[in-house]
Write a protein that binds this ligand. Structure first.
Ligand code: DAH
Length: 336
């Protein structure tokens, strides 16, 4: 049988057997039988060089064409086998598993709500470091050197004169040092104090601090901003009370309370019978502080306020124990 006829038979046979192959193994056997080193087609290809020139041209072309066709056919069938294997691995009739989606922590949620409310009033959100120097945490805020809050029993010192901030008020100084009035900023972040842990104390907690500085900023601006904020966060019908207080960095200072959200001011166990719940500290920025940041107290005035985020969240959601925020018990977190 001449090579030409052999090639023809081979082609017929090979295409037929390729069609019948099933699975990866059979395809590999097919490849070895025809295209492998000792495969039938390979052997024919080797003999082509001994043919006379004219025949060599024609048969060579055919044999190489066949080789290419078989290789392509093989590749196609292999990819189909792969495809089928992938599909078969999934039982698409099985009922699906619903993914469990998490959500934001209640402290994050309330922080976002607070930020949104102040944003409506034109306050810009800024951030400050949690590791502070004594200068920013105390001195620039007019705490005298012997002030008890400076004691290492109250703050976490990392090194002499370096501590974890015990409140967000140092951010006031950092912002005023960098910018000129008018200013309207809030900051929300973690603070640290060496408090014994109980239902209302935890050594890590969050505060929101607000600051507004400009020409002719008065106590009535402070009252307006805080009343708007508190009524928005709690309820439009709460009343807000300002009582004189003391903070080194404000003068005059106020402690701010809201009418009890549980008894509406009648007096209950939550408000200790007084009808009021103290919620934040505030005041007009002390001229001593303005001078520290090189603002002229004759030209600029401003107010500041600070409050605990956990406390707001606890009141709003009637949470009785601050430790719940840190335990990450899903039975608690799932409720928000
Ligand atoms: N930094 C105070 C604290 O942690 C809270 C505070 C009071 C902040 C009065 C203020 C303020 O900005 O004006 O107890």
């Amino acid at each position: 049988m001449n090579l030409k006829t052999q090639l023809k038979r081979l082609a017929e046979e090979a295409f037929l057997s390729l069609k019948r192959t099933k699975g990866k193994e059979e395809l590999e056997n097919f490849r070895i039988a025809y295209l492998g080193r000792k495969g039938t087609l390979t052997r024919i290809l080797r003999r082509i060089k001994d043919l006379p020139l004219e025949e060599r041209k024609v048969i060579g072309k055919r044999a190489n064409g066949l080789k290419q066709q078989l290789e392509e056919g093989l590749k196609l069938r292999l990819s189909r086998v792969e495809e089928r294997r992938k599909v078969e691995r999934f039982d698409i009739t099985l009922p699906g598993i619903k993914p469990r989606l998490g959500h934001l922590h209640p402290i994050t949620l309330i922080s976002e709500e607070i930020r949104g409310t102040f944003q409506e009033l034109g306050f810009e959100m800024v951030a400050g470091p949690e590791i502070e120097t004594e200068y920013y945490n105390f001195e620039a805020l007019n705490f005298p050197p012997e002030h008890p809050a400076r004691d290492s029993f109250d703050s976490f010192y990392l090194a002499p004169e370096i501590l974890l901030r015990s409140h967000t008020s140092p951010v006031q100084i950092r912002v005023m040092e960098k910018r000129k009035p008018p200013l309207r900023i809030i900051t929300i972040g973690r603070c640290y104090r060496r408090d014994a842990i109980d239902a209302s104390h935890f050594p890590v907690f969050h505060q929101i601090e607000g600051l507004m500085v400009g020409e002719k900023i008065s106590f009535s601006h402070l009252k307006g901003v805080l009343t708007y904020f508190l009524q928005k966060i709690f309820s439009p019908d709460i009343r807000v009370r300002f009582l004189p207080s003391y903070f080194p960095f404000t003068e005059p200072s106020a402690e701010v309370s809201i009418s009890c959200i549980f008894c509406k001011g009648a007096g209950c166990s939550s408000c200790g019978g007084s009808g009021w719940i103290e919620i934040l500290g505030a005041g007009m920025i002390n001229p001593m502080v303005l001078r520290k940041v090189k603002y002229d107290p004759e030209k600029f005035t401003g107010f500041a306020f600070g409050m605990g985020i956990e406390r707001i969240a606890m009141l709003k959601h009637r949470i009785s124990d601050i430790r719940l925020f840190w335990e990450n018990d899903l039975r608690f977190l799932e409720q928000f």
